[in-house]
Design a protein around this ligand. Structure first.
Ligand code: FAD
Ligand code: MEZ
Length: 570
């Protein structure tokens, strides 16, 4: 046997995995995954066995969320590939394993089959279809259910969470109960000013207004569902600490996405994986009538609905597309999940949506080339500094991302080193993940660390001593860094190499304040809503760290509520 399917068929025929010889009956591969678990054990059991075997990194334990199907990695009729390898390179020894690769397949392939499925008519009907199971989609699904709608969520990837599950640093919100408890004085108006300034005033002020005004309520909404958003830190471009995340500074995205996923499931949402929406179907007047789905195993089919929420995220992982809007980013790595390719944008464009700000694409300054992962801005927010190959600081570390990325690219080798001490490590749980991944170098003294990294030891010691003097004086005389929460003087010390990677597409489809998608005449497309990174206008030319999670929760809620109300009124 040269693949898992043949291997299993030799033991007991196709029915070893499938209900019948005809193959899978749904795109979640529900029956097939039950078969895997019944023979091999659950993910939790397999992770426990990995711990017993003292594997440092277990392929069965991760930051991924939701009900992770065995078939996300273990494939029957093709080579099995660890999903983690879309970002990492763990090189797990998988049975019948292959190398991670993903080719972008445009949404308009197989036109004939698509037309046949449309001609066959709808297979089912539902109040609201949500496209995408990231934070915006799941928030929309929960909110639509809260407003009385029955919901189907369609997700093209084999698992939930999109980019949301990767979010690290936190969610921005102003005038929250958690800020109040910590004595942080903030105002909705300051969040608006920071967001507009960070976005170079290219943002749609009406959308920014909604973002900031609803941010505290969105924190409360998540908290009421069981989220822990009690730790408050600072991201670049913010005037005050307003970035909310779980206790101790744990990653925000996997937590929020899991809370929303659980709530969406509880609300009765039917979440279908391996299910790509390739077309929004409209009548002759441009009113939404349904969606055409490309089920990876069940083929093309139509769902009838009058209300569709496009929550398909951005396109930062599609470098061809990125470079077509911003040629400077050609060849750059990306921080994003593999599904961030922009097919949702193509679907919305075909449905007549207008777009804005597509040329504004953000590079995150601190991506680790060693680990293939983004290192959260919260590390800098909590006190880390950036140094170059001469061991010198060169920028206000918590300036906005466009400026920090540009400054790093100007350094020798177009990369920099993130330096911090043990007090920073202890202040932020997320750092443990980077240590676990083996991408951080440790030294018991600054000189030892510098030697390990081939950095000039005396210069690095001088840089750190000077920075510590600034912390004491409360003023960064060199780069005017506004927040210096702690001096860097507790051994051991840590360093990792970082460079910019494509992170966020600020542009997307145009929406109004009710999350309705607008066409080129500025009119709403009846029944089409959108939220999250798929949209443009909230972040202008440059997004502030922490504002995306705020955006997707608030606008996801708004889109879900309006879609449900619209469906009810039909
Ligand atoms: P996503 O979460 O990306 O979800 C979109 C989903 O739609 C995906 O699952 C995708 O597969 C699916 N999809 C796409 N097209 C189709 C289709 N045609 N049919 C069906 N499904 C489709 N922001 C912050 O505010 N704070 C942070 O700390 C933070 N950290 C980040 C860290 C990383 C590593 C990354 C990559 C981003 C981070 N961001 C952060 C940004 C933020 O996570 C994203 O902007 C946000 O989560 C996007 O949410 P979304 O729901 O719009 O899209
Ligand atoms: O908003 C973001 O993208 C963010 C805060 C990322 C991070 O550095 O953690």
């Amino acid at each position: 046997a040269d693949n898992l399917a043949k291997f299993h068929a030799e033991m007991g025929g196709c029915e070893n995995c499938h209900v019948s010889k005809k193959g899978p009956t749904d795109d979640n591969l529900t029956h097939e995954n039950q078969q895997c678990v019944s023979c091999h054990g659950s993910l939790t059991e397999l992770a426990a066995a990995d711990t017993e075997a003292k594997r440092k990194i277990s392929p069965h334990q991760s930051h991924l969320i939701g009900d992770i199907a065995c078939t996300s990695c273990h494939k029957g009729h093709e080579a099995s590939v660890a999903y983690c390898d879309a970002c990492h390179s763990f090189g797990f020894d998988m049975p019948f394993g292959g190398k991670w690769q993903r080719k972008f397949v445009p949404v308009d392939v197989n036109k004939d089959k698509q037309e046949q499925a449309i001609a066959a008519g709808p297979r089912e009907s539902i109040d609201v279809v949500v496209v995408g199971s990231g934070g915006a989609g799941l928030a929309a699904a929960v909110s639509a259910a809260e407003h009385g709608a029955k919901v189907i969520v369609l997700e093209k990837e084999p698992l939930a969470g999109g980019n949301t599950k990767l979010a690290a640093g936190g969610m921005n919100a102003a005038e929250t109960k958690f800020q109040k408890k910590l004595g942080i004085e903030d105002k909705v108006s300051i969040m608006i000013d920071d967001t507009m300034k960070g976005g170079h005033n290219v943002n749609d002020p009406a959308l920014v207004n909604i973002l900031a005004k609803n941010s505290s309520d969105s924190i409360d909404w998540l908290t009421a569902m069981g989220a822990d958003m009690s730790d408050v830190g600072r991201m670049g471009g913010a005037s005050v600490n307003r970035t909310h995340r779980p206790t101790g500074g744990a990653g925000v995205g996997a937590h929020v996405a899991q809370v929303l996923y659980t709530a969406a499931k509880k609300s009765g949402a039917d979440i279908r994986f391996n299910s790509r929406v390739v077309r929004v179907l409209e009548d002759n007047n441009g009113k939404v009538q349904g969606v055409l789905v490309e089920g990876q195993y069940t083929g093309y089919y139509v769902i009838k609905t009058n209300a569709v929420v496009m929550a398909t995220g951005g396109f930062a992982k599609n470098n061809e597309r990125v470079a077509s809007y911003d040629p400077k980013l050609k060849g750059f790595a990306a921080t994003n999940h593999p599904g961030a390719t922009g097919d949702g944008l193509d679907v919305a464009l075909a449905a007549g949506a207008d777009t804005r700000d597509l040329k504004y694409i953000q590079a995150h300054p601190t991506w680790s080339p060693k680990g293939g992962v983004m290192v959260t801005e919260a590390v800098r927010g909590n006190g880390a500094i950036l140094v170059n190959r001469d061991g010198k600081r060169f920028v206000n570390e918590i300036t906005t991302r466009d400026k920090a990325s540009a400054a790093i690219l100007q350094q020798k080798g177009a990369s920099a080193y993130l330096f911090f001490d043990d007090s920073v490590r202890k202040s932020l749980k997320k750092i443990e993940n980077y240590i676990h991944l083996g991408i951080v170098t440790e030294g018991s003294t600054i000189a030892e660390l510098a030697d390990k990294m081939q950095l000039p030891a005396a210069e690095l010691e001088k840089t750190v001593a000077t920075y510590n003097d600034y912390v004491k004086a409360g003023k960064d005389a060199q780069f005017d860094r506004p927040n210096m929460p702690r001096s860097l003087s507790v051994a051991p010390y840590y360093v990792l190499e970082v460079k910019p990677a494509v992170h966020h597409s600020m542009g997307g489809v145009k929406i109004d304040t009710t999350a309705e998608v607008l066409n080129k005449d500025g009119k709403a497309i009846t029944g089409l809503f959108a939220a999250g990174e798929a949209t443009g206008g909230v972040h202008g030319a440059n997004r502030l760290g922490g504002n995306a999670i705020s955006d997707i929760v608030t606008f996801g809620r708004i889109a879900g509520a309006h879609a449900a109300e619209f469906a009810k009124a039909k």
